[in-house]
Design a protein around this ligand. Structure first.
Ligand code: ZN
Ligand code: ZN
Length: 199
């Protein structure tokens, strides 16, 4: 398709997602407690009215950072949780990855895309589903409606994950050192001391 621009709110961190399309990505809104806690930790602006985070899931092999990588921060909510990446310069949520590159997957949060709402819908299509609606917050009638709308297309996501794995994208995972498999920034556990940057 085309190259999709990404940047944090203050513009110090920028990235490009090349050849990203509706076909090789999956759009979902996650209402889980952890995504809400992460968003709220960074100010809460990334959340919608129902405590949802709009996420585009794709292979990290598409992603290249073009500036400001030194401002990249990583946290996890618990010792074993997902790695949650954000911009230390302006607290923009960036996205989520697994703790290791074995499953080459990144869920990039809408706040990191440098697109208008219209361009975003055009690039990734309408929301196909909501996950963890049990923990959605807000208007009861709206929550009931999104539960009815159904879950995300898990079949598509699993098929995509297998494709990325077989293509060897674990070795092209921008958030991990390709030699050691370690995250490029050492994650800090929320509330557990200060942050350290991996050398
Ligand atoms: Zn920034
Ligand atoms: Zn979530």
């Amino acid at each position: 398709m085309r190259d999709v621009p990404l940047k944090c709110e203050c513009g110090q961190i920028s990235a490009t997602a090349s050849d990203l399309s509706r076909k090789n990505s999956n759009r979902a809104i996650c209402h889980c407690d952890d995504c809400q806690a992460f968003a709220r930790h960074l100010g809460g602006e990334a959340l919608d009215d129902l405590g949802g985070t709009d996420i585009i899931q794709f292979s990290p092999a598409h992603l290249t950072f073009t500036s400001g990588l030194e401002n990249l921060k990583c946290l996890r909510l618990t010792e074993k949780g997902l790695l949650r990446w954000y911009a230390g310069c302006c607290q923009t949520p960036i996205g989520n990855t697994m703790p290791t590159p074995a499953l080459p997957f990144v869920g990039v949060i809408h706040s990191f895309f440098d697109l208008s709402a219209e361009q975003y819908d055009d690039a990734f299509g309408p929301v196909t589903g909501h996950v963890f609606t049990k923990t959605a917050t807000g208007d009861e009638a709206q929550i009931a409606a999104l539960k009815k709308a159904g879950p995300t297309d898990w079949f598509k996501l699993v098929r995509l994950l297998l494709t990325w794995k077989l293509k060897g994208d674990s070795k092209r995972h921008v958030f991990f050192d390709s030699e050691t498999g370690e995250p490029i920034v050492r994650p800090h556990v929320l509330g557990a001391g200060s942050e350290e940057v991996a050398s």
